[in-house]
Design a protein around this ligand. Structure first.
Ligand code: PMP
Length: 407
């Protein structure tokens, strides 16, 4: 097998060379947002220097170049998640917008009093709160499937909760707090049997594993660009064409219409019906370059390296006295939530930062999950393929040092 040349890869990420508080940076907050390769930064720079114009409006050369670049991002994203058609990809500002689009345009018009939406205890607030908002407007309720102590979804319970009142089922592909990989295929199969559409929050899956929405068999798949090497303010919603055709537009404005009359406006075909106004064109140029970067490495190599790092980091972390790790699912992406006995998560994160180590502390936008574990917050070390074993060592050394300061 070929060696994963992580040092060569790191050279592609300008930010990784910097220091923080006089220490070499150890960036372990990748689940929050990833760093960007130079190719992404340069693609956006080149767009503004050479090609910038608005999309879908001008017949001049720059307008055509910008439109081709923006629509090219749609093609790349469609291929990246194996969507059956590029027209089924709505470009959004991120997962939050993607899920809200489904909430207001798909769910709300269908929901009535007594209906339910099924989600899980381990979701990010972006896969809970939009459902609560539309449930409140329609008299529906939001139900949450339980998890076990290992941080795995209770699949039997999830399936048992797919009762006739459930009009939409939701689940994260990968948990942002625990790294747990959920059995989306099995869930989708059960949903199909009952005619319940399934929405999958893919935010934390796409940076780590190849995603095939057709093989998964779900109805909606939401992703965010900034966690997968792309710029902030980019993302997408994939949905089956039958759903998109039936959904009324959520945002109205320019570029989403066929004909505007005060007697009645007709809308553009999907996907443009859902893309009112000027989009984040340069952002999608950057996201295209991010997908090219993933393609150049390949997920086989990425996955193998990340799983090695995860195993090593977990093993090293267990050596630290008083460590409690949250989430020990059989199948995980490289995310480790933990606490040190007798120390506050925020104090630890602050002291780790002084050692150059960037981890996140807090509830990670997952209050119900924190409640399940009975803690207000955790520390989260989330790794990417450009991280190294030496960084894991530096992280553990910093943690041992910080522990001495606090104990
Ligand atoms: N879902 C999950 C699982 C996430 O990790 C995040 C980002 N932390 C989101 C949704 C929201 O993504 P964004 O803020 O980019 O819209």
């Amino acid at each position: 097998s070929t060696v994963f040349d992580v040092q060569r890869i790191r050279a592609d990420f300008p930010l990784l060379t910097r220091s923080v508080h006089g220490k070499p940076l150890v960036y372990f907050d990748n689940a929050n947002t990833s760093q960007k390769p130079a190719s992404v930064i340069e693609a956006m720079d080149a767009h503004y220097r050479r090609h910038n114009a608005n999309v879908a409006r001008a017949v001049h050369q720059l307008g055509e170049e910008s439109t081709a670049a923006y629509e090219g991002a749609r093609d790349k994203l469609a291929r990246f998640i194996n969507a059956p058609s590029r027209d089924e990809l709505i470009l959004t500002s991120g997962t939050t917008q993607s899920i809200n689009l489904v909430a207001y345009s798909h769910a709300l018009p269908r929901l009535k009093a007594g209906d339910a939406i099924l989600t899980t205890v381990m979701e990010h607030h972006a896969n809970i709160v939009p459902w609560q908002l539309v449930a409140a407007r329609s008299g529906a309720t939001v139900k949450a499937a339980p998890i076990n102590e290992r941080g795995e979804l209770d699949l039997e319970q999830y399936i048992a909760m797919l009762t006739p009142e459930v009009k939409l089922a939701c689940v994260a592909h990968v948990s942002n707090v625990l790294g747990t990989v959920n059995p989306v295929r099995e869930i989708a199969k059960e949903c199909r049997k009952r005619g319940i559409p399934l929405l999958v929050d893919g935010s934390q899956a796409v940076p780590h594993r190849p995603v095939d929405v057709q093989a998964l068999g779900c109805d909606f798949y939401a992703v965010t660009g900034h966690k997968m090497l792309g710029p902030t303010g980019t993302g997408a919603l994939w949905a089956k064409r039958e759903h998109l055709e039936a959904m009324p537009p959520f945002f109205g404005g320019g570029d989403m219409i066929r004909e505007v009359r005060f007697s009645g406006t007709t809308f553009a075909d999907v996907p443009h019906k859902f893309e009112a106004g000027t989009p984040n064109i340069a952002g999608f140029v950057g996201l295209s370059a991010a997908i090219d970067y993933y393609d150049s490495l390949g997920f086989d190599a990425i996955h193998a390296w990340e799983q090695q790092l995860l195993a090593y980091a977990t093993e090293r972390l267990r050596e630290v006295p008083g460590v409690r790790i949250f989430g020990e699912a059989r199948e995980k992406e490289p995310v480790i939530s933990f606490l040190l006995e007798g120390a506050q998560a925020s104090d630890l994160a602050t002291l780790l930062d002084l050692q150059g180590v960037a981890v996140r502390s807090g509830h990670h936008c997952a209050h119900p999950l924190m409640q399940f574990f009975g803690v207000p917050a955790t520390l989260r070390a989330s790794l990417a393929f450009y991280n190294t074993r030496e960084e894991v060592d530096a992280f553990v050394a910093a943690l041992l040092k910080v522990r001495k300061l606090l104990m």
